[in-house]
Design a protein around this ligand. Structure first.
Ligand SMILES: Nc1nc2c(ncn2[C@@H]2O[C@H](COP(=O)(O)OP(=O)(O)O)[C@@H](O)[C@H]2O)c(=O)[nH]1
Ligand SMILES: [Mg+2]
Length: 282
């Protein structure tokens, strides 16, 4: 089991989460467990914090990208390490998904190629739900995504997902979206490739200190899902002249732009306790 945690300026929130996960999986999971934090562009001491936890827990490591590759970009890079585990998953750095809730998804992966936690099913448990404005934006986004992709998934954005290694490897080359709309790219690619996605109720405790700026994030996510829809339409080639406008829009929104078909990592990672296979050091 390989667990990825994308992290951006998380020095205040991440340490107890890493310790809890490492301890819990030691006690409750018989398979191999590795936790890789994928950082990028942090201007605080997240890396130092992870390094100190890694002294006590060798199963914890980090890869660090100096450039701004976004949460989705960090997950795309992290998923390159999928061959390390039979399953690869991810959760947020703030502990919104407790280790027990994540292990529940892992167990359910016996019945599917990908299991995703959902906050919008009748049995979902939300001791602390997101603020009203976020929930509203989330439902508007859900309606747009359903209209564009017909995936019938209630909660595409819950950051608790587990994928079988073969499925992750197969669809990896089709991952382009690097902002918070990354999950749609992942799920749609899995569906298109014929993999079975199981959406299951999860427990989610919303945490303060969100890195999301709702207005900008919503706009960039909207742009991203429309783009993703166009990639799979006959119109995509005709849209080429709009490329500079698109680049400008992402820049204005302060969002990482999508990657083009031939992907070259925007920056070389430097790594701490790098997992096998080693990402190349600068
Ligand atoms: N690597 C990386 N992680 C990010 C970036 N932006 C957000 N994250 C991580 O994505 C996760 C979700 O962020 P959070 O602020 O908790 O979002 P919210 O819970 O949806 O409001 C956290 O683990 C963040 O550290 C980014 O640009 N790069
Ligand atoms: Mg959060």
């Amino acid at each position: 089991m390989l667990l990825l945690i994308p992290a951006y300026n998380e020095e205040k929130r991440i340490a107890p989460v890493l310790r809890d996960y490492a301890e819990f999986f030691r006690r409750n999971y018989s398979g191999k467990f590795q936790l890789v934090v994928v950082l990028n562009g942090c201007v605080d001491d997240t890396l130092g914090v992870v390094e100190r936890v890694a002294v006590d827990f060798p199963e914890v490591s980090a890869i660090n990208f100096p450039g701004r590759i976004g949460k989705g970009g960090a997950l795309i890079e992290g998923l390159r390490l999928a061959p390390k585990g039979d399953l690869v998953g991810y959760v947020d750095a703030d502990g919104a998904t407790a280790p027990r809730a994540f292990l529940d998804l892992v167990r359910k992966c016996a019945d599917a190629d990908c299991v995703i936690g959902s906050r919008w099913l009748p049995d979902s448990v939300l001791p602390q739900s997101q603020p009203g404005m976020r929930r509203f934006a989330s439902r508007v986004f859900h309606t747009i995504v359903q209209t564009l992709f017909w995936m019938n998934i209630q909660d595409t954005q819950c950051a608790a997902k587990v994928i079988r290694r073969e499925a992750a490897e197969k669809i990896h080359p089709t991952l382009r979206l690097t902002d918070m709309a990354f999950d749609i790219n992942l799920l749609y690619s899995l569906k298109r490739a014929g993999y079975r996605i199981l959406e299951t109720p999860t427990e989610w405790t919303d945490k303060t200190g969100s890195t999301v700026r709702i207005f900008r994030s919503s706009l960039s996510m909207f742009l991203s899902v429309v783009r993703l829809r166009l990639v799979y339409s006959p119109f995509y080639k005709m849209m080429q002249p709009l490329r500079p406008l698109e680049t400008w829009l992402y820049q204005r929104l302060g969002a990482p732009p999508p990657r083009s078909a031939v992907r070259v990592p925007s920056t070389q990672p430097n790594s701490l306790n790098p997992p096998e296979p080693k990402p190349s050091d600068p």
